[in-house]
Design a binder for this molecule. Structure first.
Ligand SMILES: [Zn+2]
Length: 308
């Protein structure tokens, strides 16, 4: 089997994160929603940080990112799963900042607020994965590891008998894993593919804020600084805040994608898009841009557009 590098599933923003990102720009999220959004954004940035560091591992590990599986009506999520011919490595990545401490199996911030012990989460996922593999008739050693990527984090009284990797240990951890000579074989690739095929696209536990079309700010924002203070200058969207320039085709694709993500039941039609984009004033231009970039369904007044 000639598979030098195998990244079976790339990480991308979750539906939950994307939705919060859009709503954060177009509506007033409550303080609670805003905090939740920031924690999602931070978690995702931490995972990306780890992906960048762990790049060398793709030479001898099968890597599956962001895998959501279901066992016994319970959905569980794995940040990173590494597979070699010897074992499965389940990694939970945390982008914590500040000082925490552990006492009697409980996890606290330094101000003594108890927070969810990430070990319990990891143990729960491990047990679910183990049972799922058993059901598939696969016995395979599973190892777990809790990884802290942010150098601004410190854990007092960290238990020695728990698998934790702190920022100063990360490079050594990656180097150690990249020396793994137990290369995966065909059957491991099959297992990895099977797990990816079982991925649950939408978590049933999504915490999605309520929103309505008429509550959201319309217009298109700058792709770089997210400001709505933009203008159209001969087929280029120019940001008045940061000066970023984007070709109109890319702007239209992006705006329609956001619209259909937020309102999957609404039709993409010329009038609706004039209202959504705000910045394109001419009906003819809007229609032409939609015709060029999407597939037209129907004609005249009731025509609308879908992805090519
Ligand atoms: Zn900008």
């Amino acid at each position: 089997m000639e598979c030098e590098k195998l990244l079976l599933k790339i990480r991308k923003e979750s539906v939950e994160l994307m939705l919060h990102r859009y709503l954060n720009l177009r509506s007033n999220l409550s303080e609670k929603e805003q905090n939740y959004y920031l924690s999602l954004e931070k978690g995702y940035q931490g995972e990306l940080m780890f992906d960048a560091l762990s790049e060398p591992l793709s030479a001898n590990w099968l890597i599956i990112n962001d895998l959501m599986l279901e066992f016994n009506h319970t959905v569980f999520q794995i940040d990173t799963l590494l597979i070699s011919s010897e074992k499965i490595f389940m990694l939970e990545i945390k982008n914590y900042e500040g000082d925490d401490f552990v006492e009697a199996d409980k996890w606290y911030t330094l101000s003594k607020t108890e927070i969810r012990n990430p070990f319990h989460q990891l143990e729960r996922c491990e047990s679910l994965l183990r049972r799922l593999l058993q059901e598939l008739g696969i016995t395979f050693p599973i190892e777990t590891c809790l990884i802290f990527v942010n150098p601004e984090f410190y854990l007092y009284q960290a238990p020695l008998n728990h698998p934790i990797i702190f920022p100063p240990q990360l490079n050594r951890f990656i180097t150690h894993l990249s020396k793994n000579k137990a290369r995966f074989k065909d059957k491991h690739l099959k297992l990895a593919e099977q797990l990816v095929s079982m991925h649950v696209e939408k978590s049933p536990y999504l915490r999605l804020p309520d929103y309505r079309y008429d509550q959201l700010e319309k217009g298109i924002n700058c792709v770089s600084c997210h400001s709505f203070n933009v203008e159209l200058k001969s087929n280029v969207l120019v940001c008045k805040e940061c000066g970023y320039r984007e070709g109109i085709t890319s702007t239209v694709l992006r705006g329609v994608e956001e619209f259909t993500f937020l309102f999957p039941d609404r039709r993409v039609a010329t009038n609706e898009m004039l209202e959504w984009f705000k910045i394109i004033e001419s009906r003819n231009t809007m229609r032409r841009l939609l015709q060029q970039n999407f597939k037209q369904i129907g004609h005249g007044k009731y025509s609308h557009y879908v992805k090519l």
